[in-house]
Design a protein around this ligand. Structure first.
Ligand SMILES: [Zn+2]
Length: 567
C-alpha cells in the first residue's frame, strides 16, 4: 500500500473520529466485490455502533487505544482467515467504524475465499455463512442456466441479465473492478469454477489452527462421552420445584438443539402451576459439559457475533428501565461478556455498571471497559456481600439457566433497598411457538434451560418478595425466525457438522462428511419452508413473543408507586 494512501486514510479517520477504517482497493476483483456487497451494507455498517467488524480483508486502520485494548497484534502477513477474525474482533474495542475505497491494487484471492467467508461469518448462525453464500450463488446459476432449456428466448434473456448484473451492481459505487468485463461476460462459466475453487482450496494457516483446536478438544470429549451421558443427570424429583405439587406430567423429551451433543432430556410440567422444568436435572458437571464451547472456546467468535447482533434487544430492555428509574449502580447478573451493559451504558451514561457471571467472559467485559467491575462467581455465592450496594439488578435470559430460581429472587430482594428495581427477561413456555415447535423451540436451548417460568408465576413470586410489578413487555418474535431456526436445528440433528469434536472419537471420515453434506442439501428446502412459515405466522404471533420482560420495584412505603399496564 503506497504511503500517501495510508496517510490520506489516517487523516480521513482522524478528521471524522473513526476508530476503525477498512481500506478497500478501488479495483477489487469482481468476485470479492460481490461478496462484500452481498454481506455488508456500508451505510448500515457505519451506523451500527455495536456490530462486529467487516471489510475487504486488505488493510484496517485502528486507533491505537482500541488496538491496545483488543490485545490483537497489529502486523502484516496475516492470512485471509486471520485477517477476517482480527477485523471482526477489533471492532468490539472501538466506538465507530467505516470503510473507504482507496487507490491501491487488489489481487485474486479465490484460493483464500473459504477461510475469509468462514472467519467473517457475517450473520448468525455463523456456521451457515459459507453454505449459504455458495448455495445462493450456485442456486441462481442453476436457475439461469436451465432457463433456455425451458423457454429459449426468455431463458437467454435471463442469461443476459445474469451477465449484466455485475455492471448494474457497481453503478453508483466507487468500486471499479479491474476484471469487470471478464467477470460479467464469463459469469456463467466462472461462477461454478469459483465455487469449485472455494471448496477445493488448500487449507489456510487460520483454518489449520481451527482444526488443531478442534482435535485438541476431541480427546477430552471422547473420554467424557465414553464415560456415559446418564452420569451427568441427577435424581428425578417427584414434586414441582416451584409450588411443591406432586401432579407432574411429561412435557417433552428433547435433544441438544444448540450443538447436537449426545443425550436426551426430559422436561416435566406441573399441572398445578404450569412450571416447566428439566427432570432429572443436569448436575453442575453436566451443565459444564453442555455449556462448553457454546460461548467460549470453539464457540467464542460465533457467540460474539450473535450477541453483537442483538443490540436492539438490549436497547429495548434499557429503554423500559429508563421509563421508571435512572440507577446509580447497576448489577447485571449472568452478564456473559457484558454485551447488555455495553449497550445500556449509551442509555445511562452516568450509571456504574457491574457484571456477574461464572464464565471468564465477565473478565473480558471489564477489560473492554463495558463494565466497571467484574464478579466472576455465581450470584448465590457472592450475593450476600452485595447487600445495599445496588439500586438496579438485571437478569436477562438468566433465571431459566439457574438450578434454583426462587433462591435467586430471594437474594435479589435482599440486595435491593426499598425503591430499587429488578429487570428480568425470561422465555415464556406458554407462548404459541413453544407449543408448536416443542423440543425445537429455540429458547429451550436443551439441555441448558432448567426452568421455564410462566409469567403469572414469576409475577406472584416477586410480589410475595415485596416487589411491585411496574410493567410487563412482550418481546416481539425475534424478527420472525423461530420456525426457520427450529428447521436449522432439525437439520443439525439429522446430519451434524462433521467437524465438531464431540461427534466422534476420530476425526471425521467420508461417511460423516457425506451425512453432513446431505443434511446441508436438505437445509435449503427445510429452512426455506421455515422462513415462509415465519412470515405467514408473524401476524398471529404479534403481542406474544417468545419471552417476557418485567420491571419491578422493591416497595418503598414512603413513595406512592404508579401502576402501569402494558399491552
Ligand atoms: Zn408447580
Amino acid at each position: 500500500m503506497p504511503d500517501r494512501v495510508l496517510r490520506a486514510a489516517a487523516d480521513h479517520a482522524r478528521r471524522h473520529g473513526i476508530g476503525m477504517l477498512d481500506l478497500v482497493p478501488r479495483d477489487l476483483p469482481a468476485e470479492q466485490a460481490l461478496d462484500l456487497i452481498r454481506n455488508v451494507d456500508p451505510r448500515a455498517y457505519r451506523e451500527d455502533r455495536f456490530g462486529m467488524g467487516r471489510g475487504a480483508g486488505y488493510a484496517v486502520l485502528v486507533d491505537e487505544e482500541g488496538m491496545a485494548r483488543s490485545g490483537i497484534d497489529p502486523r502484516g502477513g496475516l492470512d485471509a482467515g486471520e485477517m477476517g477474525e482480527a477485523t471482526a474482533r477489533v471492532r468490539l474495542h472501538v466506538d465507530t467504524a467505516d470503510m473507504a475505497v482507496a487507490p491501491f491494487p487488489g489481487t485474486d484471492r479465490t484460493a483464500q475465499r473459504r477461510a475469509w467467508l468462514r472467519s467473517q461469518a457475517l450473520d448468525p448462525p455463523p456456521a451457515l455463512t459459507l453454505p449459504r453464500t455458495l448455495y445462493g450463488t450456485g442456486g441462481a446459476w442453476l436457475l439461469v442456466l436451465t432457463g433456455p432449456l425451458i423457454e429459449l428466448w426468455t431463458g437467454l434473456g435471463l442469461v443476459l441479465l445474469y451477465c449484466l448484473i455485475p455492471y448494474l451492481i457497481f453503478v453508483g459505487t466507487p468500486l471499479r473492478p479491474a476484471d469487470l468485463h471478464r467477470a460479467a461476460w464469463l459469469r456463467p462459466v466462472r461462477t461454478p469454477l469459483t465455487i469449485w475453487r472455494t471448496l477445493r482450496a488448500p487449507r489456510s494457516r487460520w483454518e489449520r489452527r481451527q482444526i488443531e483446536r478442534r482435535e485438541e478438544a476431541r480427546a477430552r470429549y471422547a473420554a467424557e462421552i465414553a464415560a456415559g451421558v446418564e452420569r451427568r443427570l441427577g435424581e428425578r424429583r417427584p414434586d414441582c420445584p416451584w409450588c411443591g405439587s406432586l401432579d407432574l406430567v411429561r412435557h417433552l423429551v428433547a435433544r441438544d438443539t444448540v450443538q447436537a451433543k449426545p443425550g436426551r432430556f426430559r422436561l416435566d410440567r406441573c399441572r398445578g402451576c404450569g412450571h416447566v422444568f428439566q427432570n432429572p436435572r443436569l448436575t453442575p458437571e453436566g451443565l459444564d459439559f453442555y455449556d462448553r464451547d457454546v460461548c467460549d472456546g470453539l464457540g467464542d467468535l460465533s457467540a460474539e457475533l450473535i450477541f453483537s447482533s442483538a443490540a436492539e434487544d438490549c436497547l429495548r430492555r434499557a429503554r423500559l428501565a429508563e421509563r421508571f428509574t435512572a440507577p446509580r449502580r447497576w448489577l447485571d447478573v449472568g452478564t456473559g461478556k457484558g454485551h447488555f451493559c455495553r449497550v445500556a451504558r449509551t442509555v445511562f451514561p452516568d450509571t456504574e455498571f457491574d457484571g456477574l457471571d461464572v464464565g471468564d467472559g465477565v473478565e473480558d467485559a471489564a477489560r473492554r471497559g463495558w463494565i466497571d467491575h467484574a464478579y466472576r462467581s455465581s450470584f448465590l455465592d457472592v450475593g450476600p456481600d452485595l447487600i445495599g450496594r445496588y439500586d438496579m439488578i438485571s437478569m436477562h435470559r438468566y433465571l431459566e439457566r439457574t438450578p434454583d430460581p426462587l433462591a435467586e429472587l430471594d437474594l435479589a430482594a435482599k440486595i435491593l433497598e426499598p425503591g430499587g428495581h429488578l429487570l428480568i427477561e425470561t422465555p415464556d413456555p406458554q407462548c404459541p411457538m413453544a407449543r408448536l415447535l416443542r423440543g425445537l423451540w429455540p429458547p429451550y436451548r436443551p439441555p441448558r434451560s432448567l426452568h421455564m417460568i410462566p409469567p403469572g408465576n414469576l409475577k406472584r413470586a416477586l410480589e410475595i418478595r415485596g416487589f411491585q410489578i411496574l410493567a410487563e413487555q412482550r418481546r416481539g418474535p425475534r424478527r420472525g425466525t423461530d420456525v426457520a431456526s427450529a428447521a436449522a436445528a432439525l437439520v443439525d440433528l439429522i446430519g451434524p457438522d462433521a467437524e465438531r469434536p464431540w461427534q466422534g472419537a476420530a476425526p471425521p471420515g467420508p461417511a460423516r462428511h457425506v451425512r453432513a453434506l446431505t443434511a446441508q442439501l436438505l437445509a435449503v428446502p427445510l429452512v426455506g419452508l421455515g422462513m415462509v412459515a415465519d412470515l405467514l405466522t408473524l401476524p398471529l404471533q404479534r403481542g406474544s413473543g417468545d419471552a417476557y420482560l418485567l420491571i419491578a420495584r422493591k416497595i418503598d412505603d414512603s413513595r406512592p408507586v404508579p401502576a402501569v399496564a402494558e399491552p
